[in-house]
Design a protein around this ligand. Structure first.
Ligand SMILES: NC(=O)c1ccc[n+]([C@@H]2O[C@H](COP(=O)([O-])OP(=O)(O)OC[C@H]3O[C@@H](n4cnc5c(N)ncnc54)[C@H](O)[C@@H]3O)[C@@H](O)[C@H]2O)c1
Length: 446
């Protein structure tokens, strides 16, 4: 399956384009009102776009805030979470930031694993910002109910989840729904410029790629007194592969996604190694690894050397992406994603502009597309990048050379189709409190 971010209309927008089109949208209010109601339901007789958040944590609250900055006509009307405390915190934060755009009565604050269905029903636009194991189910339901979506990355933790997301995305296109995905680097002008230059031939034919995410991570959480096993795992979700996909999927996806964008495709096979050498407390760190090295291969034989490491204090830190070609080399996202350069026959350099915040910029084209009723769907490249990260995890956990097709068609489902408080969690600690950890050569990972 081939895709190109550059040809994805969703990815071509930037803030300037939005400002231009938003003014046109305001000026053209009468024209908007004339659109068929089923194609532009929220605008029928009103400028209000009703939003709901599913998963009211740090990023979800941030994404709603950034989205509400874009257009005064967007109102948060419903919230869903499994934690009262997290929902209260999110509500209070957003109410302070946007007092006139946050109107969520107690009756529209839904708690529990089925809460998403009720919140989705009240909205035109849904923020799917739960941990990624849930994304396929929450996204599919939002599409089933005919809602526009902003969904955080990664899109799933396993291959069945990726396939669910892709199927729901096709359904979304048929229903004329707009879907944005939180891979914010696509909305940074410097990234757009350098990738375009690479695609236009500035470094010639790409011969090798490398990318890194070596840095800190969110802290592991200890169990609270009396806390149940499932409650604990969901609160400390990052450290459980069935909910987060491991950190290669959660975080390194950002770099792998850039490499796929540069290469206009996805790898066809992968092999690598990894483990948990330092970040390995059974009280804090569940079951995920603390380092991965994956050698990916694209269809034309080009190799991508990918490294990610977290939680090993005192080690070298770097987050960046690199491409070497027959006419030069490109370095992307140097110095904390602020510096971009091409060396060789066509030298070029750019710095991140002030205010160029991908987390903010990604909401302009989504809202513009909804309000102007233009096609917008960022799912497919994001699903391929999610699958690329899952492929790397499969290769490292199993210690095998794994082909893309085998990985993509894998039936191994880590996230159960239904999660409820009375179920047994998919993984449990042994008598010493140790969770199952992948052992290369023994673990069945796909
Ligand atoms: N694009 C980025 O740079 C970026 C940055 C951080 C996080 N993220 C992504 O955002 C998502 C959320 O991460 P976060 O940092 O906000 O985590 P978080 O732990 O702060 O928030 C997750 C929230 O979801 C709730 N939740 C968990 N399961 C739920 C369920 N089944 N139904 C409803 N609510 C549920 C939790 O109670 C919590 O409030 C993840 O997918 C993460 O990878 C993206």
């Amino acid at each position: 399956m081939n895709f190109t971010s550059a040809s994805n209309p969703a990815i071509q927008h930037n803030r300037r384009a939005f400002i231009k089109s938003a003014s046109a949208a305001v000026a053209g209010g009468a024209a908007l009102a004339a659109l068929p109601i089923e194609r532009f339901a929220h605008a029928a007789g009103s400028d209000t776009l009703k939003a709901a958040i599913v998963g009211c944590g740090g990023r979800g609250t941030g994404a709603v805030n950034q989205n509400l900055n874009v257009h005064k006509g967007t109102k948060l009307v419903a919230m869903a979470d499994i934690s009262r405390e997290r929902m209260d915190l999110s509500f209070n934060t957003l109410k302070k930031q946007h007092p006139d755009q946050v109107d969520v009565s107690m009756g529209n604050q839904f708690l529990g694993f089925d809460a998403y269905k009720e919140a989705i029903a009240l909205a035109d636009l849904v923020f799917v910002t739960t941990p990624q194991g849930f994304h396929p189910y929450h996204f599919a339901e939002a599409v089933r109910q005919g809602k526009h979506v902003f969904m955080e990355k990664p899109l799933a933790v396993d291959a069945p989840g990726v396939r669910t997301v892709l199927a729901a995305s096709e359904e979304a296109k048929k229903k004329n729904l707009k879907v944005g995905v939180g891979l914010q680097r696509h909305h940074q002008v410097a990234y757009q410029e350098i990738v375009k230059r690479i695609h236009d031939g500035a470094i010639g034919d790409i011969t090798s790629l490398s990318c890194y995410w070596r840095g800190n991570a969110r802290a592991g959480l200890e169990r609270l007194p009396g806390e149940g096993e499932l409650q604990y795992q969901l609160r400390n979700w990052y450290y459980f592969t069935w909910i987060s996909g491991d950190f290669i999927v959660d975080q390194h996806i950002h770099n792998l996604d850039i490499m796929n964008w540069v290469k206009r495709g996805h790898p066809v096979r992968a092999q690598g190694m990894g483990g948990r050498q330092v970040r390995n407390s059974n009280k804090l760190h569940g079951q995920i690894f603390d380092h991965f090295f994956v050698e990916y291969e694209y269809e034309d034989g080009c190799k991508l050397y990918s490294q990610c490491r977290q939680g090993q204090a005192g080690t070298h830190t770097v987050v960046s992406e690199h491409a070497v070609g027959t006419k030069g080399a490109a370095d992307l996202g140097l110095r904390n994603a602020t510096h971009f350069r091409i060396t060789g026959q066509n030298p070029w350099e750019s710095r991140l502009k002030k205010g160029e915040d991908g987390h903010q910029l990604e909401h302009y084209p989504l809202i513009a597309a909804i309000r102007e009723n233009k096609p917008y769907n960022e799912v497919e490249p994001a699903a391929m990048s999610t699958m690329t990260a899952i492929l790397g995890r499969m290769a490292v956990y199993s210690g095998k050379l794994v082909e893309w097709d085998d990985a993509f068609n894998s039936k191994l489902q880590l996230m159960p189709s239904k999660v409820s408080w009375d179920m047994e969690p998919p993984v449990k600690p042994d008598a010493d409190g140790n969770y199952p950890v992948a052992v290369p050569g023994k673990t069945v990972a796909l």
